[in-house]
Design a protein around this ligand. Sequence first.
Ligand code: SF4
Ligand code: SF4
Length: 466
Amino acid sequence: MTQEAYQEQTSSCNFVRQVMDACADCNTCRFLMDESCLFFPELYRLYDKEKETGQPPAEKELHRLADMCTLCGLCPCPDIRADIVRAKIARAQEKGLPAGVRLLADVQNVGRWGCRLPGIYNALLRAPGAARTLKHLAGIARDRELPRLPKEDFFFWANRKGLTGLPSGNPKAAYFAGCTAAYLFPEVARAAVAVLKKNGIAVYVPPQQCCGMPTLLEGEDSLTRRRVNKNLQALLDAAESGCDLVCSCPTCGFFMKVLLQEGAFYSRAYQESVNAGEDEIRIPDKRAGINRHVSLQKSVYGKILKDDSCFSDIDPLARINLSEKIRDMGQYLDHLHDKGYLDTNFCPVNARMAYFAPCHQREQDMGSPYEKILALVPGLEIKRAGGAMDCCGMGGSLGFKESFHEASIRLGRRLAEKIRAAAPEAIVTECLSCRLQFRHLMPEIRVFHPLEILKKAYDKKEDEND
Ligand code: SF4
Ligand code: SF4
């Protein structure tokens, strides 16, 4: 590529290039992320090739590099991830998104419409020719098995059970189910309801949209923000009405607790709310406690610490408010346990299971609450499988893409080997995207959400909620 052609590269390429230069200069993730992520090995491969040949990576290679990031959150620098997201958004604006990519990322609409006529969709999947055509049209890998749709999605069930109206009593929790549980694995969302009810907590299922992660991963900026705005409104209204806010999907939790609030503390609105002086930036010092801050000199940090993520036009105080209020179900139950309110009258579940803590759970900085709670179930032998840097490689709907499939499997296999080595009778993980990957790689081992195990331990009889 000539220097002129290189300089004419689109802004999406410039963002990726910026990341590449920063990470090549730093070099930490060449070794740190070598086995946990597809993005960094490819970044350093492209960089080394450029050094060797003098040829900068082509636009296609840079775009492919950005595609390798699943936003798992494992790498150390949030600003690097923010630049990858910027690159994806810029590319979607420059080139538009192919219809297949849009379809695959829109779990909400695919699930909502598919669940209206699940029989037809499932019959189509059973017909080999039709399934092949469907996959081809949507750019889905031939080897991926498409999940079957349930007879009834979670939102329909919740409505039928009267959970979509605000309960009058207390305590009550507003439950954010997430699209994968709602449309593909409603048994998980029903288990969440059962466990809350068992602990005397009335459940409210507020109106909800996809959290935004799958569309953000493809750079669909405006659809993502529209959905985020609606969720913010519905969830904060529920909190205002006295509900605790809970979610059972670690990706939704990571999105709402971590991604959404990035940069919000540097916003003018937040700085005014904590009475920061003209020459300082005040940021929360969580280790020191609630309402404690550290003060940084604006003249030194003002250019770096900015609210400039793709969510910066959404009210920063609302973003902070939601991120502080919403809790992962494991975290919520653990909190109940600490206060002595958790019903620990579990029936035995005699089994040996491997627990995998998914990336988006680990990145919420909340310890491993489900492991603590599952340890209370008599008969259940539960052992952690996979380490702090392991990733299943699925990346939500990304793992279904033909262009990403092989790399996704390569990454997932390393973890699958570690899980198999533990010889478990079943796998427990709260991430339903991991569940899809594990089902693909280890179809012989059943996979459960921790809430399904807890529900089973509370009541081994047939599902009373159905
Ligand atoms: S992500 Fe951060 S730590 Fe890792 S190589 Fe890039 S700049 Fe360095
Ligand atoms: S967010 Fe995850 S996939 Fe993306 S670059 Fe960081 S470690 Fe890799």
